[in-house]
Design a binder for this molecule. Sequence first.
Ligand SMILES: Nc1nc2c(ncn2[C@@H]2O[C@H](COP(=O)(O)OP(=O)(O)OP(=O)(O)O)[C@@H](O)[C@H]2O)c(=O)[nH]1
Ligand SMILES: [Mg+2]
Length: 294
Amino acid sequence: MGIQWYPGHMHKATKAMIELLPQVDIIIELVDARAPYSSSNPVIEKIAKEKERIKILNKNDLADPNITALWHKVFNNTDGVRTLACDLRTKDQIPQILDLCCSLSANKIGRSKLVLVVGIPNVGKSTLINAMAGRRVALTGNEPAVTKGQQRVNLGNGIMLVDTPGILWGKVENESSSFRLAVTGAIKNTVVTYEEVAIFAAKYLMDNYPKHLKQRFILGDMPSTELDLIDQIGVRRGCLRARGKIDRERAATIFINELRSGAVGKISFETPDLIVKELCHLTTFTTEVKGALE
Ligand SMILES: Nc1nc2c(ncn2[C@@H]2O[C@H](COP(=O)(O)OP(=O)(O)OP(=O)(O)O)[C@@H](O)[C@H]2O)c(=O)[nH]1
Ligand SMILES: [Mg+2]
């Protein structure tokens, strides 16, 4: 069973976003560069086809650069979508994003262009708003659901930005996608335990990034199971209870926090090929991906 998190405030925020849509000129959707497919909101894909769209693969500083390059190619091949991989901790790409907003879609007479900033929780929407405004106008924080309602920010240059609460969707179809959202920090930690998320992450990293694990946690041979790995991390980080028993929940929490911070290395949790394999029943997506990578 995958993880589902769709509380009332997200339903309300999705409705508010749809209501505003007729007035919107440009949509900036932020997705997580470490899981760009899993963090793309299918509702936005459906309702925003006619709009000018900028897709930002954010937190690219934490992602595997070779895999981001593949995703960039896939998304840039989608009609009407401009794609940028960003590290919003620096403001390097802000002039480019502002230029794009100015060049896309004409100003309506007598009013500013309305630019809607949307995306999953904790992906960096409010950070982007602050960087574009050049001052702290929106609350940010390293946990999901910091922004509670829509907030308009007038840039004074013909652009009006709208910050929105992070939203997920009613049903995350692909179980692995829901775990990727949890690993990267888009799902509140009261919805799923660190241990469950760590088991998923451990399996993925043992298969795909064993060298990173060995280096970070000073492992000799790779442990044979996910739980063994988490326990070894527990030993390395001193997560011990009475009689030498390992505090696995604490070890899992440390593992996930180090992973999220980038301390384990630049890691991506999905490639286009992996998604094609997982979603072989969704023919439109797989045809688009194959076309983009040929
Ligand atoms: N490493 C890294 N961290 C980032 C980047 N962009 C934003 N962050 C951090 O991500 C966290 C979440 O940023 P916010 O701007 O609050 O995210 P949000 O999308 O507005 O979140 P909600 O309002 O909760 O939906 C903050 O700790 C930011 O400093 C980035 O490019 N790289
Ligand atoms: Mg926010």
